[in-house]
Write a protein that binds this ligand. Structure first.
Ligand SMILES: [Zn+2]
Length: 421
């Protein structure tokens, strides 16, 4: 289980190799974010000399990461230029979401073209490290067999309802799956190795962080905000902070744990052992139970096993002005206002994104939420903060975010693609 992967055990040291690596990654990020661009625009945008572009672009072309498009002729301009576009069609990545009752997979090329997506029922709830990983191993092997002959898998990125430790590979806290202590990254390397995939990197993130990444990078109108906070979730409240288009994980991987911001020290008991967390007042299970739409035990059962039905009940009851639901949402909206007041003051984001079930319930939360942040956004530095909501249903942001993170990992480390085409 603990075999060290031969390629990834070696880290490049500092020096000119790192400088070159940084320049190549910068070019890839530029064409990813700006679309096909001239060499001149790339050099200007990345702060690189035009004279180095032939060499750097040549290196990326030799790895199939960029390609030249047909020359563009502009009236009155000099020589026609060949725009450089992101390619990456030879390489593919796998994004994975592990949830209580299923695993979701999406396979895309490094350029972002979707090859397939699939949901596999998987009883991971309280499965424990050994039995749970054995189930995931089988499901992952099934996906690896689907990779076409003409594609090379380069990265697998996994989102799970828990945290990984400072090493980025060992599950540090995952109560719903009971996977604490599982060396997940090493175990996945072993699965890949046994399936014949040796040069593949593996990343793991909290599912809320990946939902945040997907929301900020792919769902907000351009230009992408540089500082953004996401609050969402399906069965519980989770969140993330996205800085410059990248997940901010904090020191131990736990940044963005907005569900357990304490908004009332004497509030209701929370599943985490504290009192008065945001989730204890606004979690979907708590909303269902407190509004007396269903009993407390039925609220637990519904949010665990039929979360979309639970959400539909809340949305429908809010739409038809169910007094218990409206009161619970008003109290929850006020709690969210308290939490966001603190978060806006701490992070000073351009945008706070409400996604997941909070995006769908925004209208009923709005008045109490706004009251909670009014005093904060009246102060200069916070006046421009926008609170936006995403109300699309059926978008699995976690697995899409896992694919975004997987593609980023390749673009960040292009020299790791040892097979020059
Ligand atoms: Zn809590």
């Amino acid at each position: 289980m603990r075999r060290t992967h031969p390629v990834h055990a070696v880290r490049r040291s500092g020096g000119s190799g790192d400088l070159r690596q940084g320049n190549l990654a910068q070019i890839l990020r530029f064409v990813r974010d700006h679309g096909p661009s001239s060499r001149h625009d790339i050099a200007h945008g990345c702060g690189l000399g035009i004279s180095t572009m032939t060499d750097l672009v040549g290196e990326l072309r030799s790895r199939g990461l960029v390609r030249e498009l047909e020359p563009v002729r502009r009236p009155g301009a000099g020589r026609p230029t060949k725009p450089i576009a992101l390619d990456g069609d030879t390489w593919c990545v796998l994004g994975v979401q592990l949830d209580m009752l299923e695993a979701s997979f999406i396979c895309t090329t490094v350029g972002g073209r979707e090859l397939w997506r699939e949901q596999v029922p998987l009883q991971l709830l309280h499965s424990g490290p050994e039995r749970g990983f054995a189930l995931f191993h089988t499901a992952l092997c099934g996906q690896l067999r689907r990779i076409p002959e003409d594609k090379s898998l380069v990265t697998v990125h996994i989102g799970l309802p828990g945290y990984v430790g400072e090493d980025g590979g060992t599950v540090s806290w995952c109560p719903t799956l009971d996977w604490d202590g599982l060396p997940l990254k090493t175990a996945v390397y072993d699965t890949l190795y046994s399936a014949g995939w040796e040069d593949v990197t593996v990343g793991i993130d909290h599912d809320g962080h990946l939902a945040a990444l997907q929301a900020v990078r792919a769902e907000l109108p351009a230009p992408m905000p540089h500082v953004a906070v996401y609050v969402g979730g399906l069965r519980e409240i989770n969140g993330g902070v996205v800085l410059g288009g990248e997940i901010f994980r904090g020191y131990g991987g736990g940044a963005g744990d907005l569900g357990h911001v304490r908004v009332h020290p004497d509030g209701p008991a929370c599943a985490c052992g504290r009192r008065g967390c945001l989730e204890s007042l606004l979690g979907p299970e708590q909303l269902l139970a407190r509004s007396e739409l269903v009993s407390a035990s039925e609220a637990t059962r519904l949010t665990t096993f039929e979360p979309f039905r639970a959400l539909q009940m809340l949305v429908e009851a809010a739409r038809t002005d169910h007094p218990g639901v409206l009161a619970a949402l008003e109290q929850g909206g006020a709690a969210l206002g308290v939490a966001l007041d603190g978060i806006i003051g701490t992070i000073n984001p351009q945008v706070v994104v409400l996604g997941g079930y909070l995006g769908l319930l925004r209208r009923s939360l709005q008045d109490a939420l706004q009251e909670g942040i009014d005093a904060r956004i009246a102060i200069g530095p916070f006046a421009a903060t926008q609170v936006v909501s995403l109300d699309s249903v059926g978008v699995n942001r976690v697995v899409l975010g896992a694919a975004v993170a997987a593609r980023d990992a390749v673009l960040q480390d292009p020299l790791n693609l040892t097979q020059v085409l």
